[in-house]
Write a protein that binds this ligand. Structure first.
Ligand code: NI
Length: 166
């Protein structure tokens, strides 16, 4: 395992659509291992492959039950709404006010190509939506109603301890 360099705002790769994974091989496993390590080291809640310069539909999301690996993920159901501070490892220090569903069910494949579905709530639902947006070349600043000021952020972090960088 190794950490990879996280591309930052302004890199055109972040705005490109990623392609489906067709080979569930060692190269994919190495990518997933590296992404988990990179996310962990950066203390992020999620990371998508284009953020490490790989235009493939792959993401990792931190959940209370551990890291979930998502290959070719799609949101198949959403419910409710949440509005809160959202950030991104590609936009250090920047947070926006973003509306997301309160619950989101994702259908994806695991590293061996086996399909599964998983429901996420709160911050996990937010991360599913955020990471899948990355795979379509959409960054959170496009979804944000506005960028939060440091004072607003401070207030929101005090109210809710679940804001994080994805
Ligand atoms: Ni992100």
């Amino acid at each position: 395992m190794a950490t990879r360099n996280i591309l930052k705002d302004g890199d055109p790769t972040l705005l490109k659509r990623s392609r489906e994974v067709v080979n569930f091989d060692n190269r994919l496993h190495e990518l997933l291992d590296d992404m988990a390590e990179t996310m962990h080291e950066a203390e992020g809640a999620g990371l998508a492959a284009p953020q490490v310069g790989v235009l493939r539909r792959v993401a990792v999301v931190a959940t209370p039950d551990g890291i979930v690996e998502l290959v070719n993920p799609e949101i198949i159901q959403t419910d409710g709404e949440q509005e809160g501070a959202e950030g991104c490892l590609s936009f250090p220090g920047l947070y926006g006010l973003v509306k997301r569903p309160e619950r989101a069910t994702v259908r994806a494949k695991d590293r061996h190509g086996k399909e599964f579905t998983l429901e996420g709530e709160g911050i996990v639902a937010r991360a599913f939506c955020h990471e899948i947006d990355h795979l379509d070349g959409i960054v959170f600043t496009e979804r944000a109603e506005r960028i939060l000021t440091p004072e607003e952020l401070q207030e929101m972090f005090e109210e809710r301890e679940d804001s994080s960088e994805e």
